[in-house]
Design a protein around this ligand. Structure first.
Ligand code: PLP
Length: 395
């Protein structure tokens, strides 16, 4: 079948929730992917911050192969060894004591919202409201899209669940002022990914922790995009020495195998009892085997150090581009989550880069976002910068 025929079938049989680029990707290795016509691309999208170890990483592939032949799925009616081992790894490398496994970022946040409500019902009489941030992104289920602070994701889905309020990001005074006798917690991203890699001022997370401690609120940190090494440490909140009550993760946890998790302290986690919440697939043997291989590799093979070093170099090279091109308003990033904010729409640059063999993402209209595999090298960065330089030169 030709690429055009495949795309025609895609349009015919798949709901149009995504505006897709006109290529079919068939194979990936490391930081590269190939399309159905055999053309290769340097992939700075990485499945949207998912393929932290690159495509087809041998340790993850090996773990999935071994597990699929041993046991794929049994449900959570029984104990599952890889699930237990992944939970232990996550707890030993975070401020959390307990883990709930699910299959996506939205589900992890949905679980966090439910746990907050359950804890509040048990211990914080009359409180149920969560304060989230304007321009945030927390997922597409009804509750998580309500927590999301962007109207464009909510349009057409009324009535939305009650109990959410929004305040400007990076504004501790506004947060403090919004706390009422109904507030039970605060939900925040360490860096706002979807809305364009918005990095708050140093001390922001620590400030939220302080407000939560003073007012008796739960602090929920959505590390679905920033977690699992993206910013150079396993969790972004480590960099401010902040211990949230709950952390949600997903994207990179399985290096492409779907998995999500809610991490919580014992005190909060105890609000969930048998029957409170569940997931048929959550933490299944295959997903958690992929998670163990991913996490062990990220923690053990210099991946975090490479992320920091290559990220610093990438940011510096983007800074050089900014000096050259007036259409770049700002460059920013931490580790390997970076962005170029343009004075014009970014869509055309994405297409032109793709033609030249570079996959990048444009978010929020004018922001080029880079969330590549954490194994990216300086040579890859130089190649990407060369292509970006060319496409920014045109017109
Ligand atoms: C991607 C993302 C989500 C949603 O994750 P899904 O797996 O698409 O449901 C939630 N929060 C943040 C911060 C994200 O980046």
């Amino acid at each position: 079948m030709t690429t055009e025929e495949l795309i025609a079938l895609s349009d015919r049989f798949i709901m149009a929730t995504y505006k897709r680029f006109p290529i079919v990707l068939t194979r990936g290795l490391g930081v590269h992917v190939w399309d159905s016509d055999g053309k290769s691309y340097l992939d700075l999208v990485g499945g949207i911050a998912v393929c932290a170890l690159g495509h087809s990483h041998p340790r993850v592939v090996g773990a999935i192969k071994r597990q699929v032949e041993l046991l794929t799925h049994v449900s959570n009616l029984y104990h599952i060894e890889p699930q237990i081992r992944l939970a232990q790894l996550l707890v030993e490398n975070s401020c959390a004591d307990k883990v709930f496994f699910c299959n996506s970022g939205a589900e992890a946040n949905e679980a966090a919202i439910k746990l907050a409500r359950k804890y509040a019902t048990d211990h914080m009489e009359g409180r149920y409201e969560l304060i989230a941030m304007q321009d945030s992104f927390h997922g597409r289920t009804l509750a998580t899209v309500t927590a999301t602070g962007q109207e464009r994701f909510k349009a057409g889905f009324n009535p939305l669940p009650a109990g959410f309020r929004h305040v400007p990001y990076n504004d501790l005074a506004a947060l403090e002022a919004a706390v009422t006798e109904k507030t039970c917690g605060v939900m925040v991203e360490p860096i706002q990914g979807e809305s364009g890699v918005v990095i708050p001022a140093p001390g922001y997370l620590r400030g939220i922790r302080k407000i939560c401690d003073e007012r008796g609120l739960l602090m929920i940190v959505d590390e679905v995009q920033t977690g699992i090494g993206r910013t150079g440490t396993l969790f972004a909140c480590e960099q401010e020495d902040v211990a949230p009550d709950m952390i949600t993760i997903a994207k990179a946890l399985g290096n492409g195998f779907p998995i999500g998790a809610l991490l919580a302290t014992d005190r909060i986690a105890a609000a969930f009892v048998p029957g409170s919440h569940g997931s048929t697939f959550g933490g299944n043997p295959l997903a958690t085997a992929a998670g163990i291989a991913t996490l062990e590799t990220i923690l053990g093979e210099g991946v975090l150090e490479n992320c920091r070093k290559t990220g610093d170099y990438f940011l510096k090279r983007l800074g050089d581009l900014k000096e050259k091109h007036a259409r770049i308003r700002e460059v920013r990033g931490r580790g390997l989550i970076l962005a170029v904010e343009l004075t014009v729409s970014g869509a055309e640059f994405v297409l032109q880069s793709m033609e030249r063999g570079l996959l990048i993402n444009c978010t929020n209209g004018n922001i080029l976002r880079f969330v590549p595999p954490l194994i990216l090298t300086r040579i890859d960065v130089d190649r990407a910068i060369g292509i970006l330089d060319e496409v920014l030169e045109e017109r």
